[in-house]
Design a protein around this ligand. Sequence first.
Ligand SMILES: [Zn+2]
Length: 253
Amino acid sequence: MKLRQTSRQKDSSSDWLEQGKEAAQAASDVYPRREMEQARLRVGDEGDYAKRLRWLLQLAQWPRPALMELAGRRSSPLSYDLHWLFGSYRPEDVVAAADALDRGIRSLLAADRWEIDIPAGTRCVLTIETSRPKDRRQVAGRLNSYFRAPDLSTTLLLLARDVLKVEWRRIQKCPAEGCPRLFIKNKRAQFCPDHRSQAERARRWRGKQTKKDLSDLRHRQYVRRLAKKRGVKEKSAAKMVSRRPRIGQEVKS
Ligand SMILES: [Zn+2]
C-alpha cells in the first residue's frame, strides 16, 4: 500500500510538490548560500508576520511586466525570495499568483470576505527545525507548519492567509483620490509612499493657519457642498447657513 503510493507520487509529473523539492535541492546547490540567507531575511521566517505582510503586499502590487522580468531573472533578489519560499517556479505562475493575491486582499477589504479554493493534493507540512537534528530530543526545536498545494497560487494564498489572520488590520488603501495602492499603515504614514509627501505638505500648511483661517476654510467648503447638493449658487447657499460664533471670535456680518 505504502509502496504503491510512493510510486504514484513519483509518476505524477504534475506533482508540483515533488518537483519543487527536487528543484529546491538543485537551487540550494546553485544559489549562493549568502543570497538565500538574505532572501530569508527579506521574506521573514514563519511567524515574522510583519515582515511577510510587507513582502506579500509588494508582490501583489508589483507592476506585472517588471514582476515577470524579475521573477525570470536568476540573479534578481526577487528570484531568490521566490526560490526560498517555493523552490522551482515558472515566472508566469508567479504573476498569476500575485493577481490572485491582489484580488483576494482587495475583496477582503472591500467586501469583508475572501474564499480560497483548496485543490486536491494540497498538504499541510510540519517540520521541526533544530540546529542539531541528531539531538532532537534534547534541543528545543521550532515547529514549522505550512501548506504545499499542487499550484503556486494556492501555496502563496495559504501562506498569505496565515499572515493576514494576524496582520490584516495594518493594511490600508491609500485615501488619495483615485489611488489604488495598498500599504501598511503606521502612525506617521497615512498615505501610500507616492502620496505621503503631498499629505505632509498639506499638514504643514494646516499647521501654519490660525484657528480662524481653518474655520473659515471649513465653512467655505461646507457652503460649496451645500450649493452643489441643492443645485443653487454659492452666494444663495451662504445665505441659508448662519455661523455660530466660536469662543474668542467675533462674528462679522
Ligand atoms: Zn496613494
